[in-house]
Design a protein around this ligand. Structure first.
Ligand SMILES: [Zn+2]
Length: 98
């Protein structure tokens, strides 16, 4: 069994995906069709989207400072298995702790 297969069968992973999907339903984000190809065949994953502020106190464009601490956004990533379109949901906004 691959690492990915082990993760997607982990009850904690399944529970987290279930909580996110219920919250999305509660917020009426219920259109399950891909906006690009109209398929309804998704892969769901929980990922961290690395984020850094676009604007800094040093003006624009911001300098890339190697020592700046990285931050991330916990995210539900839905990938259309037909066309590869990706939909991201910020779990902070959904108030879903992982
Ligand atoms: Zn698609």
């Amino acid at each position: 069994m691959s690492e990915l297969d082990q993760r997607v069968t982990d009850p904690r992973f399944i529970d987290a995906i279930d909580r996110v999907m219920k919250e999305l339903q509660k917020r009426r984000a219920v259109n399950d069709r891909c906006q690009r190809c109209n398929a309804n065949n998704w892969n769901a994953d929980l990922i961290r989207v690395i984020a850094s502020p676009e604007m800094s106190g040093f003006g624009y464009p911001p300098p890339f400072i190697a020592s700046s601490s990285p931050s991330y956004i916990p995210t539900l990533a839905l990938s259309c298995k037909n066309c590869g379109n990706m939909v991201l949901h910020n779990l902070h906004v959904l108030n879903i702790p992982l």
